[in-house]
Design a protein around this ligand. Structure first.
Ligand code: HSE
Length: 416
């Protein structure tokens, strides 16, 4: 029997457990052995009386390790506690699969080194985009490519909120409250709506894709709190939607990486990715552009990604297949650039209260790049779309004209 220990039994853990139970006949056939959960570690044992009828349920990691798991699956949240557990498990020579994006974004480098030293596998497909296969294609299917860019809608909560704002014109705060009441958004939504969750996922993907160490703390991150209903109404009026995009590009000068609300054409791949769905676009030299889309959260979708990592590890446990390549990914740190290095169109908006002399100058200054301008009495804002210009040049121009009032001018990238 191959034994699996589990840390955490929340949404993802229970989804994984259900898939594992259903897969028994197939596993037996493939590996000529049974694969069973030997124990589950949870914080409050009392809550899991039913589960305890099937497997060992404990609040002690030592107890779980006494049951001699070959593989440990972690599906908890946070960094410090899970890191301590991961160190203990990996140092005991046990393969480790985690769905914990916070842990991998913060401590991935250390854990990869520890896994390498202990000759065990460390996999984390479920940490990015839930049920959508993203890391494995990067790691295994695209090895003959140089990946030049990644872009994605990788936070379901903010995508759900922006979709509702687009559909019924409601304000961010009202939709957030409804999403919380319905259980779609966490009671503390900071990490989702302020873009931190997407930033961590972007760092994990980018480190793998470019073979460098991208620290999520160096990524430019702006969430969706500042997206107003008039921003969305203006976007709609010109055939666009506002989406929280996580974008990275590998350049000679460093990796550009940012999470920001962007305008996307409403019929584009990102434009048709609504509600809690996620989408990831990869540009690579040999294969061209790939788009992966599907459910970025939820028990069975995320459980499915955890399960696929389990089968990867089973190939090592049963057939001795080595996967040294995954341990070396995420090499040296590379500078993280915060300004989009390619010329692009932009949406510029400012409050009607901005000095009228400045607004005239602002609009006139963009005549050379072309513009679509709109205002509407209920918006109390003026919007215009520029032609192609670099982010640096755009900001520079705004700063020169608006001076101290530059903070009142808001920009959105038009992502093509
Ligand atoms: N809170 C995350 C989201 C869950 O909204 O996408 C999946 O990581």
């Amino acid at each position: 029997m191959i034994k699996v220990g589990m840390l955490g039994f929340g949404t993802v853990g229970s989804g994984f457990y259900e898939i594992l139970k259903k897969s028994q006949a197939r596993l037996q056939k493939k590996y000529s052995d049974s694969v069973e959960v030997c124990g589950v570690m949870v914080r409050s044992v009392d809550k899991y009386a039913d589960l305890a009828k099937e497997v060992l349920v404990t609040d002690s990691l030592e107890k779980l390790l006494e049951s001699k798991p070959d593989i440990v699956i972690e599906a908890t949240g946070g960094v410090d506690g899970p890191y301590e557990m991961a160190v203990k498990v990996i140092s005991s020579g046990i393969h480790y699969v985690t769905a914990n994006k916070d842990l991998i974004a913060e401590k991935g480098k250390e854990l990869r080194k520890l896994a390498e030293d202990n000759k065990v596998r460390l996999l984390y497909e479920a940490s990015v985009a839930g049920g959508i296969p993203v890391l494995k294609p990067i790691r295994e299917c695209l090895t003959g490519n140089t990946i030049s860019s990644l872009a994605g809608i990788i936070n379901g909560t903010s995508n759900y909120i922006l979709s509702c704002m687009y559909d019924d014109g409601s304000d961010f705060a009202d939709v957030l409250k409804t999403a919380q009441d319905l259980g779609y958004a966490e009671a503390d939504p900071t990490s989702d709506v302020d873009g931190l969750d997407a930033g961590r996922k972007l760092a994990i993907m980018s480190s793998l894709a470019y073979g460098v160490d991208v620290d999520w703390k160096n990524i430019k991150i702006e969430g969706i709190r500042g997206v107003s209903s008039s921003d969305i109404e203006f976007a709609k009026s010109i055939g666009y939607k506002v989406k929280l995009l996580a974008v990275s590009l590998d350049t000679e000068n460093g990796v550009y990486a940012a999470v920001t609300p962007c305008f996307v054409n409403s019929t584009s791949y990102f434009g048709i990715t609504d509600n809690v769905f996620n989408a990831v676009m990869i540009d690579a030299d040999a294969v061209g552009t790939l788009v992966f889309t599907g459910r970025g959260a939820g028990a069975l979708p995320t459980g499915s990604s955890v399960y696929s990592d389990l089968e990867d590890v089973l190939e090592t446990v049963v057939f001795g297949k080595s996967r040294d390549n995954e341990l070396h990914i995420g090499g040296d740190a590379k500078a993280v650039l915060n300004e989009y290095p390619i010329s692009s169109e932009w949406i510029v908006s400012y409050d009607e209260s901005l000095d009228s002399l400045l607004t005239d100058q602002l609009i006139n200054s963009f005549e050379d790049v072309g513009l679509v301008m709109k205002k509407n009495p209920s918006w109390k804002k003026v919007y215009f779309k520029t032609g192609h210009i670099s982010e640096l040049a755009l900001k520079d121009r705004i700063r020169k004209i608006a001076g101290e009032q530059a903070g009142k001018v808001k920009i959105y990238q038009v992502y093509e």
